[in-house]
Design a protein around this ligand. Structure first.
Ligand code: HEM
Length: 467
């Protein structure tokens, strides 16, 4: 008995010793981490931080002056949050690909407007499921079948601009909105286009407004429009459930029974995809029109490439309609898209939040801090691109250095719609360059941010059919 007691005491002692040593080790490691320095930089005034400096000028001036002073990883304080900004390609890749260390983060008002179950706000299994459903609708094998419909939407838009003075960005938004609806609802989109447009256009007006939900405010109107959008979607869902057909569009993918998405989850993600797809692609198209206008030799090369596709179709007696194979014969036009994505860098940066204390290159990124990979600074660094301010599509004849070109992001949340975006741009450019010429109205040299970078005044142009 005495022997057993001694053994028991010994075991207890060992257990306590182990727990003590383990705790001390953890404490030691944590204190070492806390001793790590924060990245260099300044935090500005209490609470306000440097928000005013960032938003009162061209944001690129803010970022590049900081980078010059502190290097490619620096700290700041904006919109009430401490943050670390990153313009080093490897560090940006680290932040975007380590999903267990950095989660996506958005202002609460955006989450309320788009719906908190939308793909960009989520992580883990639910996010992986949504990504699978979105990717299978937007992968090349799926979107190649949409070319005839994309083409007729492009032709219809261009015809409606003929002989008119138009604001390029506004008209491109109509084009990209209609394509987004096509990818979501298939050919049925035309039935819902006007209602969805009315609600969505009210919703978007409040994207940059204060989240004050009182009658009369933009935010209140937006929340009402959001409710109406969700109701329209519920009607579409119930109609489809009665039809019991196999739909190949995004809504069909979300509705598959075995995926078990609720109607609310479907609505949040449909609104989310429209949000992700429309202004981004419209803004890139607007920049392309601007750069082509300013670079006549590039416009000539693109036009020749597009005309030669038409000519070879005529010679072989083929139908004039574009095919997937035709879109693979557009290397010059594709390089114009790449160079525009680089120079315009319409998404200057994105946001993540550290979910725990993270050590990176000897610096501490504290838990809860925002982390901003600065795409624009990476795309405009002379270390990554020679003469970065020059618009020169031929630079993409050689692949850029790894991680220096990420217009569609990187890692778990990288853009699943990038192939569709490129396809709809190619199709529109084919018809624009082969059938039309245009001139910019007034001197338009500035850039506006709201939130995507855009040519000043949305680029007013006049469009004429070629003789
Ligand atoms: C040229 C146009 C486009 C650009 C430059 C662009 C850029 C991006 C970028 C940079 C991200 C990642 C953001 C981050 O990591 O925080 C992203 C995400 C996303 N994009 Fe795009 N995008 C474009 C067009 C589209 C289109 C046409 C669609 C849909 C058809 C789309 C759907 C999405 C979705 C759903 C996400 C969220 C993915 C996730 O969280 O897993 N985008 N986009």
């Amino acid at each position: 008995m005495k022997f057993f007691n001694t053994i028991l005491i010994l075991i207890c002692f060992c257990v306590f010793l182990f727990i003590f040593l383990f705790k001390s080790l953890i404490k030691f490691l944590c204190s070492k981490r806390q001793q790590l320095p924060l990245p260099p930089g300044s935090m500005g005034l209490p609470y306000m931080g440097e928000t005013f400096q960032l938003y009162s000028q061209d944001p690129n001036v803010f970022f590049s002056s900081k980078q010059k002073r502190y290097g490619s990883i620096f700290k700041s304080h904006i919109l009430g949050c401490p943050c670390v900004m990153i313009s080093n390609p490897e560090a940006a890749k680290f932040v975007l690909t380590k999903a267990h260390l950095f989660k996506p983060t958005f202002p609460a008002s955006k989450e309320r407007m788009l719906g908190k179950q939308a793909i960009f706000f989520n992580q883990g299994d639910y996010h992986a499921k949504l990504r699978k459903l979105v990717l299978r609708t937007f992968m090349p094998e799926a979107i190649r079948n949409c070319i005839p419909n994309i083409e007729s939407i492009a032709q219809e838009c261009l015809r409606s601009w003929e002989g008119q003075e138009i604001t390029t960005y506004l008209e491109m938004k109509t084009y990209t909105f209609n394509i987004a609806l096509l990818s979501i609802f298939g050919k049925e989109e035309i039935l819902y286009r006007e209602d969805l447009k009315r609600c969505y256009y009210t919703l978007e007006k409040a994207y940059n407004s204060m989240p004050i939900n009182l009658p009369g405010t933009l935010f209140h109107k937006a929340m009402k429009a959001r409710k109406e959008l969700a109701q329209i979607l519920t009607q579409i869902l119930s109609k489809r459930r009665q039809m019991k057909q196999d739909y190949k569009d995004l809504l069909g993918s979300f509705m598959e029974e075995k995926e078990g998405l609720t109607d609310e989850q479907i609505a949040d993600n449909i609104i989310g995809v429209i949000f992700a797809a429309r202004d981004t692609t419209a803004s890139v198209l607007t920049w392309i029109v601007k750069y082509l206008g300013e670079n006549p030799s590039v416009l000539e090369a693109v036009t020749e490439e597009q005309e030669s596709i038409l000519k070879s179709k005529e010679e072989s007696g083929e139908d004039k309609a574009l095919t997937w194979a035709d879109t693979k014969k557009m290397p010059i036009t594709s390089r114009v898209i790449q160079e525009t994505l680089r120079v315009a860098s319409i998404l200057s940066f994105t946001f993540r939040e550290a979910v725990e204390d993270v050590e990176y290159e000897g610096y501490l990124i504290p838990k809860g801090w925002k982390v901003l990979p600065l795409f624009r600074n990476i795309h405009h660094s002379p270390d990554n691109f020679k003469e970065p301010e020059k618009f020169d599509p031929s630079r993409f004849e050689v692949a850029p250095k790894p991680n220096t070109f990420m217009p569609f992001g990187n890692g778990t949340h990288a853009c699943p719609g990038n192939e569709l975006a490129k396809l709809e741009i190619l199709v529109l450019l084919h018809h624009l360059t082969t059938k039309y010429r245009w001139s910019v109205v007034g001197a338009q040299n500035g850039t506006q941010y709201g939130p995507f970078a855009l040519p000043q005044n949305g680029l007013p142009i006049r469009l004429f059919p070629k003789k």
